[in-house]
Design a protein around this ligand. Sequence first.
Ligand SMILES: NC(=O)c1ccc[n+]([C@@H]2O[C@H](COP(=O)([O-])OP(=O)(O)OC[C@H]3O[C@@H](n4cnc5c(N)ncnc54)[C@H](O)[C@@H]3O)[C@@H](O)[C@H]2O)c1
Length: 304
Amino acid sequence: MNIEEIKKVVILGAGTMGQQIGLQCAMHGYDVVYYDLSREILDKGIKRVTKLATWYASTGRLTPEQLQQTMARISSTADPAEAAHEADLISESVPEDPDIKARVFAQFHALCPERTIFTSNTSMLIPSMFAEATLRPEKLCALHFHDLRATTVVDVMPHPGTDPAVTQLVHDFAESIGCIVIMLQRENHGYVFNTMLSSLFFSALTLASKGVSSVEDIDRAWMGVTFMPMGPFGIMDQVGLSTVWTITDYWAKKMGDPGAQKNADFVKQYVDKGELGYKTGKGFYTYPDPAYQAKYFLTGETKE
Ligand SMILES: NC(=O)c1ccc[n+]([C@@H]2O[C@H](COP(=O)([O-])OP(=O)(O)OC[C@H]3O[C@@H](n4cnc5c(N)ncnc54)[C@H](O)[C@@H]3O)[C@@H](O)[C@H]2O)c1
């Protein structure tokens, strides 16, 4: 199959990421079908897609005409056979659990044409964890998106059994939906950007949990030298501290690293108090006016 032959894209999971990915595909001319567990979930998802598309139109990312054409390319069904019919490419965004991903892919393997390419948007898993279970490992490749409202950077990551022609096709597909494509030559938990970000988080948390420096001073150091609008703790608040804790704690336990465990425990203090960052109004900082946005933050004062 070549890129011109890809017409129908099926989005498995109409949640946060599936909504954004499906819209991105429809905006670039693909027929998009959402599949999820129930009509109710799909209706909610499509409502959010419509809201997002309308917001894109309000910011000039879509003209009113493009908005109409984009929405006309989108449909949804809770019937897996209907979703799979004549599917050319699948983008999977079901929960981050290798067993669920394996089950859904195996279900769609039985229903899809032989040509259908399977892509997964997993964040921290690697495709080889569920490749064999999909029953078409050579056609499986990770195509990982970040928040599409903010960036179109994507990672394309094959597993050792992916057919190189499939990897190339997924690369071409990602470019065709307007993405900046980062290619991985081999599997890596966390892809490229997220691996660098985890190292930044790890260093920042180590400095804080060992009592070397305060949260504010660590962010000040990063912001003052790089001219970035927030430091690692500000970014962690945006990501959400429950996510940061889950990942930090998972790896600390897996590696049996006491330093990493101390970092995870440092974040857990906030999680236990329900201070999960931006989304709860409090984390390392208090929102909507976090100290790092204050005029005098860099000079050492936290309040204007
Ligand atoms: N949220 C992020 O910022 C982000 C970023 C990159 C990647 N990811 C990854 O994307 C995937 C989805 O994350 P999300 O945040 O969109 O999750 P979400 O919980 O918002 O959405 C998951 C959707 O999958 C559906 N689902 C569950 N089981 C299903 C099944 N058997 N068949 C079909 N649909 C099913 C759920 O009903 C839900 O609508 C995860 O692997 C996550 O790690 C998330």
